[in-house]
Design a binder for this molecule. Structure first.
Ligand code: NAD
Length: 551
């Protein structure tokens, strides 16, 4: 008997697959967990050893060898290979052990995996669309066998804090979409990672014998802009309504592309907007501890790029929502870039810094800026490791009873300080969040549990809500609501141990609530293309992919 798969989520036509084709399709394959009935119906009898294992048995077997590995990159490769073999099992393990697995499939280890991408390459995942495909992108997209609900796209020019890795940046969209599925239950068939290969300006990467991308310098505008425009148009032609998340584009393109497409396509830039929402949520949590109002904060950023200006914009919007004028709200946020404090008199400022170029005398270094501006919070997003020195942390602790110190740069090597340094140098008073994970710190008998201000608290829920509501565009209001939703989910016992975010194992609950807030925002603004349900949260939860559901 041939078994027909019904038209599943994201599937164009009913599939008729049998035998090895089933075992080789990671979305269908369950390996030794196929029941005897399934083996009969898919023509698998004899192609698998006779004992039927449960998915829990398979997970245990995987974890047994996985946990013996000492090298994080080996762990990445093992997880990646599992992803290529059996998606249900991969996602079940990700969901059940999110604390352990997220740092491998995403930051910080994904950074290393991108640097070694050519060496560890086994099977392609997602789509590589190169400048050679210009003029033919719609046809190339039609090679993808499913109808995606969300694309994560990068051009690889600014991968984490690691710079231009060209096509080797593909690890990021792949890792990120794994989190969309694990954290928010977006079905794997709805997720499409895309790398737009326009060349690479990093000669070391280009000269790597295992480099998988085009070995040429980056194409620049106008050809670059035409290529991106063709891609964005083709996506909406081939996959109407598909959400596009921009990822790890360099500054000079990221802001421009976001502004160009955000009102035309359901799109967002996670580096700018997702980061902003997660950082704002962390500040809301910190203020629950200090009891101070938001509009009395002064925030000094180390870094003046996508993360810094994205966070500053959302902080300013939150202050405006509490009655401040936009001008006054912006004046509470200050940026320090590689040339010093961003001030009005500087002539070298990129457009995205201008809103925060205040009247002030020039200051060359961060410590002097702290002494002068007296911030209540410092946020490190410059991707330069070790820049929150002992002196800086001590100065913040001198100025504030509970200084807010967020060291958000990734990967770990670029973190501004460790959790241990933040707590020790502030004598346990820092309200700390980090970009990369740090272990709990015990100081004078008190244990602090630092949590990552990880965008994965925000973007999966935004994506799920946007797909569920079929929103026409993705608005700032959705990010603001997400920040509030996330902060509300932090418990008193989280705060008591210094955690400014909920525990990661609650991530599916967090994502469902953020998705409901996003879909409600779409409905309230008249942007929802799909009739929103009365019981938004229940409706959203019912749509979430459960990797353990197939028995
Ligand atoms: P970006 O390239 O847009 O910005 C970096 C900024 O740092 C630029 O403005 C640059 O001028 C400035 N800079 C460089 N060297 C400096 C120095 N010595 N002193 C002061 N400023 C300096 O990058 P981005 O997207 O803003 O990301 C920055 C970092 O934040 C990365 O490490 C990234 O991984 C991290 N990040 C973390 C999170 C998170 O934890 N949730 C989210 C987003 C980004």
């Amino acid at each position: 008997m041939h078994r027909k798969d019904t038209v599943g989520v994201g599937q164009r036509t009913p599939l008729e697959r049998r035998g090895l084709d089933v075992l080789r399709d990671p979305i269908l394959n369950r390996g030794t967990a196929f029941t005897l009935e399934e083996r009969e119906s898919y023509g698998l009898t004899g192609l698998l050893p006779p004992h039927v294992h449960t998915q829990a048995d398979q997970a245990e077997r995987f974890l047994l060898s996985f946990r013996k590995m000492s090298e994080p990159l080996d762990k990445f490769v093992a997880l990646n290979a599992l992803h290529d073999r059996n998606e249900d099992l991969f996602f079940q393990i990700l969901c059940d052990h999110i604390d352990e697995m997220q740092p491998i499939v995403y930051t910080p280890i994904v950074g290393l995996a991108c640097q070694k991408f050519g060496q560890i390459f086994q099977r392609p995942r997602g789509m590589f669309i190169s400048i050679r495909d210009k003029g033919n992108i719609a046809n190339v997209l039609r090679n993808w066998p499913y109808d995606p609900g969300i694309i994560v796209v990068t051009d690889g020019e600014r991968i984490l804090g690691l710079g231009d890795l060209g096509a080797h940046g593909m690890g990021i969209p792949v890792g990120k979409l794994s989190l969309y599925t694990a954290c928010a239950g977006i079905h794997p068939r709805l997720c499409l990672p895309v790398t737009l290969d326009v060349g690479c300006n990093n000669e070391d990467v280009r000269n790597d014998p295992f480099y998988v991308g085009l070995r040429q310098p980056r194409v620049t505008s106008p050809a670059y802009d035409e290529f991106i425009d063709e891609f964005m148009t083709a996506v909406q032609e081939v996959f109407p309504g598909c959400v596009v998340q921009f990822e790890d584009f360099a500054n000079h393109n990221a802001f421009r592309l976001l502004e160009k497409y955000r009102d035309r396509v359901p799109s967002f830039n996670d580096d700018i907007q997702g980061t902003a929402a997660v950082a704002l949520a962390g500040i809301f949590s910190a203020l629950r501890i200090t009891g101070q109002p938001l509009n009395e904060q002064r925030v000094l950023f180390l870094g003046a790029g996508e993360a810094a200006t994205g966070i500053a914009d959302l902080i300013a919007s939150a202050m405006v929502a509490q009655g401040m004028s936009l001008e006054a709200a912006r004046r509470t946020c200050w940026l320090v870039d590689s040339k010093g404090l961003v001030v009005r008199t500087r002539r070298d400022l990129a457009h995205h810094k201008l809103n925060y170029a205040h009247e002030h005398a020039p200051i060359g270094d961060f410590l002097s800026a702290i002494k002068d501006i007296k911030p209540t919070a410092i946020i490190g997003v410059a991707a330069v490791g070790g820049t929150f020195t002992r002196e800086i942390i001590e100065e913040m602790a001198k100025l504030n009873e509970r200084p807010i110190i967020f060291a958000l740069s990734n990967p770990t090597s670029q973190a501004e300080c460790t959790a241990e340094q933040a707590y020790r140098f502030s004598k346990g008073r820092a309200l700390f969040a980090c970009g990369s994970p740090f272990d709990p710190v015990t100081l004078h008998g008190q244990t602090f549990v630092p949590r990552q201000g990880n965008n994965s608290y925000i973007f999966p829920g935004i994506g799920l809500g946007a797909i569920a509501a079929k929103t026409r565009v993705i608005t700032d209001d959705m990010f603001m609501k997400s920040a509030h939703t996330l902060a509300q989910l932090v418990t008193e016992s989280d705060l008591a141990q210094g955690s400014l975010y909920p525990a990661l194992p609650r991530i599916r609950e967090v994502s469902a609530k953020i998705a409901a807030a996003t879909a409600t925002s779409a409905k309230d603004s008249g942007l929802a293309g799909r009739l929103a349900q009365q019981e938004m949260l229940k409706d959203i939860e019912a749509q979430m992919y459960d990797p353990g559901a197939r028995k």
